[in-house]
Design a binder for this molecule. Structure first.
Ligand code: SF4
Ligand code: SF4
Length: 97
């Protein structure tokens, strides 16, 4: 015979566990995404940033800014916040958070 009372508590516990795990995953994702910020509208497509990013965290995206340049994108998992892109970019596109 099914003990509905126990089953109900188990379901509630599983729901809590899942929401906790989801919350932790979201928090981690936000942290990863917030390593660096790009103000891509300032970009002029020189790609000095990409050439000087030693961990290879930067690449050319398919996004075009208002000036008509393909702007860089950052792979936040690879970014080590060294600040090299910030130093190299002549147009102050990068903010290290
Ligand atoms: S160095 Fe600055 S201006 Fe040049 S591609 Fe990178 S973000 Fe754009
Ligand atoms: S902070 Fe360093 S690792 Fe991150 S994107 Fe810029 S140059 Fe690359």
């Amino acid at each position: 015979m099914v003990n509905y009372r126990t089953s109900f508590y188990r379901v509630e516990q599983i729901k809590k566990d899942i929401s906790l795990r989801t919350r932790k995953l979201l928090e981690r994702t936000v942290l990863i995404m917030e390593k660096i910020k790009l103000n891509v509208e300032h970009c002029k497509g020189c790609y000095l940033c990409i050439a000087n990013c030693k961990p290879g965290a930067l690449s050319v995206s398919s996004e075009v800014n208002a000036k008509g340049y393909l702007v860089p994108q950052v792979d936040s998992e690879k970014c080590v916040q060294c600040g090299c892109c910030y130093t190299m970019c002549p147009d102050l596109v990068f903010e290290i958070l």
